[in-house]
Each structure stands twice: as structure tokens, then as C-alpha cells.
Design a protein around this ligand. Structure first.
Ligand code: SF4
Ligand code: SF4
Length: 421
């Protein structure tokens, strides 16, 4: 085991290999507040990568209804339970979210899946995990739209209605893909060394020729995003649509494009990018990269289950209406700050949020041109002011991709089309 620094848990941790970081890292932000569970992302991925015989059960991209849904079923409850069994009562965070770049969310003092493995799994296992049963992979959208009521009963609807900050009856949609982790558990567990992380973009791939289908990656990935294919007897996982990210898609003019699931997103919740990395695994300061801004400056987007220890590169703007304890378990201690920032956005955040899904090109930099004040109000005792700023997105080659404004244009449909869709 090596000692590596994991900034998401604010400390050093054990990992089976020496750290090695890519020049840029595939990363994404999903705004849960906007997801409508239309599953366009799910189907875009399915129809691109997993439509063949033997892949029927595979959904590299999926959207599940929390708290009951999960693909495979109960994946997160099961791994959290195993971690708790390995370290009862001590899976806790200390400190507070702060501007300390080494520990922006405080410190996780419990055991990660790389540290808890010795307690529960055989000595040969490098990562704490479990292998889901076939049945658990069978129903990717189980419990869709099932809410939980205030007494913790499924489908119990509270008659008093709901209001922020926490709804008494709630559910939310959690869109998921592989997190192309900085410390991938799938890679750590593979006895064949068939899994690798690309130095140019950090995308994690399984070498199909090297894989012998031992399923150690399926067992180890805490997010359960590595999957076994029975008819070829090898494992497969999300490939980060790497030909698009490389700019090889015929549509892209050689410029990096976002993945299929991002480009298909109807709710405009998804933004994917390539963040610059330093040799020590920290993010290079890149103030006007939208992902850098949302994760490191505004801190409005948080990692999914940082306590697992894999340093996932998927970040989420948490849903505003969900009980905070549940969200803190899922996204760590930064939840209150992130929700506050999103609920009362400042001028820059509001402009950056307009960048989602105006184009399928990867945005490398943004610029804001200030516009006039258009709205002012008091919201739950706090003053909010909106400005019609223009935000401009630039691609890898430094050229403008698009520009858009905070105030959405109103289009009036002419009378002759009044009833058309
Ligand atoms: S999410 Fe799972 S499959 Fe993807 S890189 Fe991380 S550990 Fe590997
Ligand atoms: S396409 Fe977007 S809005 Fe629709 S389910 Fe997927 S993430 Fe949610």
C-alpha cells in the first residue's frame, strides 16, 4: 500500500499503487435540482455503447430515484453498511468546510474502502466491496418516483404539504455514470492489471484483451459502474465516450466534444469538461474554467460519496428540498454551503449556470460581460438581484463556441402556429 493525498477527504490514505495523475482529468457537474428523469441520457448511452447481445443488463449511464432506487439495487446502502461494519460508529467527519485547499470539506476520519478492506474481506482482497446478485442488476429503474414520508415510510404523502428548506415528503433523481476516479477501485482490484487510466484525460478503461472476467473490478467499484458481460466473459464499463472527448467525432472539427449522455440531456443538468491537473493530483488553478469555478471557487458542486476514497470526478449540485442529513451522507459536509450558494446565487454563479447545454463542445474558459439590472426581490429574508449579463464560452482552441444571456429570450409563437407542438 502507498500513501496518497485525497483532497476530498482532507487527508492521506492508503492506496495499492503509487499515485499517477493525468495532464487533464475528465470531470463533470450534474445539477440534481434540474433533472426530470426523462432518461434521455440513459438511452443515448445505451444506443451508443451497450445495445449488443450480452449487454442487455448493462446501463453505463443510469438515473435512479433516491432514496429507494438504485442500479444495482441498494448499491450505496450495501457498501455504506459494509464500511460501517468494518469501523462501527467511527465513519465520521471532523473539522468544517473552509478555504483550506488540502481539506475544503473538513476531514473524513473513518476508513475508506481501501483502508477497511482488511477487516471484512480475505487478506488477498485489496478493496472492500461486494458482488451484486443477478437479480440486483435486473431492474435499473426500480422504485421510480417513490417518495419517502416524514416517518420514513415509502409512498407516505404528508398532508400538510411541503416547503423549503426540507420537504416532509421527498425523492430526487440521481443521474450516474462512471466517475473516472483519481484513485479507481476497479483498477486497484484488478489482478491482471487490465484497467488503466489515460494520462491525457484520466478516462479509466478496461483493456478487453487483458481482462479474464474475474470480476474483481465489479466487486471493488463502490459505485458499481464496472459490469460483467456473460457471453464474452470479460468486464466492461463506461468509456467516457473517448472518441468524442478526443475530438474525433466527424461533427467536432477536431475540437473536444462532451459525451453522448451529456449532449442528450433534456433537463440541461449536465456539464462535462477536462480540468488541468498538477503533478501532485491537485487541480491547477484555472479560475475561468466553469468546472474549476463550480467545484473549487463557488463550491456549489460536491463529490458523490467522497468517504469511499476513490476521489470521484463526478460533482453534484445537491437538491434543495431533501433532508440535510441524507445529503451530507451522500455528498459530505459541504452540503449546507452548496445549497445556500445555489439558492441565493451571486452574479457570477448565475451567469455560469447559463452555460449548461447550450452546446455539445467542451468549454475550457468563460468570460462574463456585465449587463443591466433586470430584477430585484427579497427571498426568504435575503436580497437577490438579477443582471442580464452575457456569458461567453470558449473552446480548447481559444475560439468562441457560443454566447448566451442570463435573461432567456421570449419567443412569441405566431397565430398560425398557435396549437402546434
Ligand atoms: S466509478 Fe468505479 S468503475 Fe468508474 S473509475 Fe471509479 S471505481 Fe472504476
Ligand atoms: S437526460 Fe438529463 S434531465 Fe433527463 S434523466 Fe438524464 S440527467 Fe436527467
Amino acid at each position: 500500500m502507498s500513501k496518497v493525498h485525497n483532497w476530498q477527504i482532507g487527508r492521506e490514505m492508503n492506496y495499492p499503487y503509487e499515485p499517477a495523475f493525468p495532464r487533464r482529468q475528465f470531470a463533470f457537474v450534474f445539477n440534481i435540482n434540474r433533472c426530470i428523469a426523462c432518461q434521455s441520457c440513459t438511452m443515448a448511452c445505451k444506443s451508443t455503447w451497450t445495445f449488443s447481445k450480452g449487454q442487455e443488463h448493462m446501463w453505463w449511464a443510469n438515473v435512479e430515484t433516491k432514496p429507494y432506487g438504485g442500479y444495482p439495487q441498494f448499491w450505496d446502502a450495501k457498501i455504506l453498511d459494509l464500511m460501517e461494519q468494518a469501523n462501527p460508529g467511527n465513519q465520521q467527519w471532523s473539522g468544517k468546510p473552509s478555504d483550506d485547499k488540502q481539506k475544503p470539506y473538513g476531514q473524513f476520519d473513518g476508513k475508506t474502502i481501501f483502508e477497511a478492506q482488511k477487516t471484512l474481506t480475505p487478506e488477498s482482497a485489496r478493496v472492500l466491496g461486494y458482488l451484486p446478485t443477478d437479480e440486483e442488476w435486473n431492474s435499473p429503474n426500480i422504485f421510480e418516483d417513490n417518495p419517502v414520508g416524514k416517518k420514513g415510510v415509502r409512498n407516505e404523502i404528508d398532508k400538510e404539504g411541503t416547503s423549503l428548506p426540507e420537504h416532509k415528503t421527498w425523492f430526487f433523481y440521481l443521474a450516474r455514470i462512471c466517475n473516472h476516479c483519481s484513485y479507481p477501485a476497479c483498477l486497484a482490484a484488478c489482478p491482471r492489471k487490465a484497467i488503466y487510466k489515460r494520462p491525457e484525460d484520466g478516462i479509466v478503461l478496461i483493456d478487453q484483451k487483458e481482462c479474464r472476467g474475474y470480476r474483481k473490478c465489479v466487486e471493488a467499484c463502490p459505485y458499481k459502474k464496472s459490469m460483467y458481460r456473460g457471453n464474452t466473459r470479460v468486464s466492461e464499463k463506461c468509456v467516457g465516450c473517448y472518441p468524442r472527448v478526443e475530438g474525433k467525432d466527424p461533427e467536432s472539427d477536431g475540437q473536444p466534444m462532451e459525451t453522448r449522455c451529456m449532449a442528450a440531456c433534456i433537463g440541461q443538468i449536465r456539464m462535462q469538461g477536462l480540468v488541468k491537473m498538477n503533478n501532485d493530483g491537485s487541480w491547477t488553478e484555472d479560475r475561468y474554467n466553469p468546472l474549476y469555478y463550480m467545484v473549487k471557487v463557488a463550491k456549489v458542486a460536491l463529490p458523490l460519496y467522497p468517504q469511499f476514497g476513490t476521489e470521484p470526478n463526478g460533482y453534484y449540485i445537491p437538491p434543495r428540498w431533501v433532508p440535510r442529513d441524507y445529503l451530507k451522507q451522500m455528498f459530505g459536509p459541504g452540503v449546507d454551503e452548496a445549497i445556500d450558494r445555489y439558492t441565493y446565487p451571486d452574479r457570477e454563479l448565475l451567469a455560469v449556470l447559463q452555460l449548461f447545454r447550450r452546446s455539445n463542445r467542451i468549454i475550457f474558459r468563460y468570460e462574463i460581460k456585465e449587463g443591466p439590472k433586470i430584477y430585484e426581490a427579497t427571498l426568504r429574508g435575503r436580497q437577490i438581484t438579477l443582471y442580464n449579463d452575457t456569458v461567453i464560452a470558449y473552446g480548447q482552441n481559444g475560439k468562441e463556441i457560443f454566447r448566451t444571456q442570463v435573461e432567456e429570450p421570449v419567443h412569441v409563437r405566431p397565430n398560425k402556429h398557435a396549437n402546434s407542438i
